[in-house]
Write a protein that binds this ligand. Structure first.
Ligand code: C5P
Length: 414
């Protein structure tokens, strides 16, 4: 079975010498049954004639935002939304810098900023350009936003030098797309939209101080990554963490519990599964002065008020998503977790002990999973492995819960 059959792929071609290999990428994608439309930068069009891409793709090539005829046929926003994947091959150092900085000065970069489809880039450039601090910082920023990189390969280069910077082979580029489509088709959460929260919130005391907690966000990020690997479309609402975004995950950064609540509540009804792994503050200062508090007195009273319980709010929604909570406890793990499961009306809860040297900011963990009528122990494994176990159990419980309403999980086209 061709996993790319019927997929709509927008191929961006930028001005690397390797642009001469890009028609082969188009041909191979079409051999797999994909529909391909090509957008070139003006410089790329000086290297390979657009007519070559028109011939191999079967569609006129787009070069500019200002082509009135092409815009009338399919506007750039429409084109960005049409795509199931955006692939840039070859991707120059320049286009990586533009994407990393969110520039939208031409048609290709504008499409990249509009699209919600996964973006795959195949860099190709001189090895010194690839290894330069600026390019590596841009690569890290883009990877941190979920952009998928294929290559570059290492070997002899068009400039006569040798090193990393060769365009990945066309077959390799097609394989990355096939693997991605495969995860989306066969994964346990294929066709579902999963909303995950992770990390601590920060509750401002004044412009320079805040109340927060020791959560690193690692568990929530691992859960988001495992959900994406299981084929889900994943939106990750992240508190104050310094972690890279997992591949193909949409990330929304927030600071306070109120901001997290807004980000979640505006999306919850449109998602299938909500996983609240964030360490949301229970209380926040009732107000934060606009100027720094000075240490003029010997004591300072902070008046705290309760933050919204986001998880309970999502669980209480009519036709809301299947809800999964986390409980970090220092004692009486099972008793407190079961109480939260019932009190907040959850579909499942993952409970773990925390304290000095357990739970926080570590790469491994142990936990107990509870759901109405059942439980499972997960012992001493990496947070990544634990996330995969949690996701498998979530998929199982989601299906059981929904089977009482509809026999099959909802499917969506991406
Ligand atoms: O009640 P407790 O804070 O112990 O419950 C933990 C669970 O509730 C976690 O899943 C956490 O993300 C969620 N929570 C929340 N909003 C809060 C507090 C906790 O969503 N204000």
């Amino acid at each position: 079975m061709n996993l790319l059959a019927g997929k709509r792929i927008l191929l961006g071609v930028t001005a690397g010498i390797a642009a001469y290999k890009a028609p082969d990428v188009v041909r191979r994608l079409r051999d797999q049954g994909a529909e391909v439309r090509v957008v070139m930068t003006h410089s790329a069009a000086k290297m390979v004639a657009p007519t070559v891409f028109q011939a191999v793709s079967g569609h006129p090539v787009r070069l500019s935002l200002w082509d009135e005829q092409a815009e009338a046929a399919m506007g750039h926003i429409e084109l960005a939304r049409w795509a199931d994947y955006v692939v840039i091959a070859p991707a120059t150092a320049h286009v990586l810098a533009e994407l990393a900085n969110g520039l939208a000065g031409d048609l290709l970069t504008t499409l990249c900023i509009v699209t919600r489809a996964p973006i795959v880039v195949a860099p190709a450039m001189n090895h010194s350009m690839w290894l330069s601090g600026a390019t590596q910082a841009n690569r890290a920023r883009l990877a941190g936003r979920g952009v998928l990189f294929v290559g570059p390969g290492t070997g002899s280069q068009a400039c006569g030098e040798s090193g990393p910077g060769r365009l990945a082979e066309p077959a390799e580029i097609v394989q990355v797309l096939t693997d991605h489509a495969n995860a989306g088709r066969s994964g346990l959460l294929a066709g579902l939209h999963v909303l995950v929260t992770a990390g601590p919130t920060r509750e401002p005391i004044d412009p320079v101080r805040f109340l927060s907690n020791r959560s690193s966000g690692k568990m929530g990020f691992a859960v988001a990554e495992a959900a994406a690997a299981a084929g889900a479309r994943v939106t990750l609402v992240a508190g104050a963490v310094s972690l890279p975004t997992p591949a193909a995950v949409e990330r929304i950064d927030v600071e306070s519990a109120a901001q997290m609540n807004d980000a979640v509540m505006s999306r919850a009804q449109r998602t299938d599964i909500y996983i609240g792994a964030a360490a949301v503050a229970d209380y926040r200062p009732v107000s934060a002065p606009s100027q720094k508090i000075k240490k003029n007195s010997d004591s300072l009273d902070l008046h705290l008020v309760k933050c919204p319980d986001i998880l309970a709010g999502v669980a209480a929604l009519d036709n809301g998503p299947f809800t999964v909570g986390f409980a970090a406890e220092t004692e009486r793990l099972e008793e407190y977790a079961l109480d939260k499961l019932r009190r907040k009306g959850l579909g499942m809860i993952v409970a773990n002990l925390v304290g000095d040297n357990i739970g926080f900011d570590r790469d491994d963990n142990s936990a107990m999973i509870f759901w109405p009528g059942g439980q499972e122990d997960i012992c001493c494994m990496s947070k990544a492995d634990m996330a995969a176990v949690i996701i498998a159990r979530v998929a199982d419980r989601y299906r059981t819960a929904r089977s009482k309403v509809t026999p099959l999980p909802r499917t969506r086209t991406s």
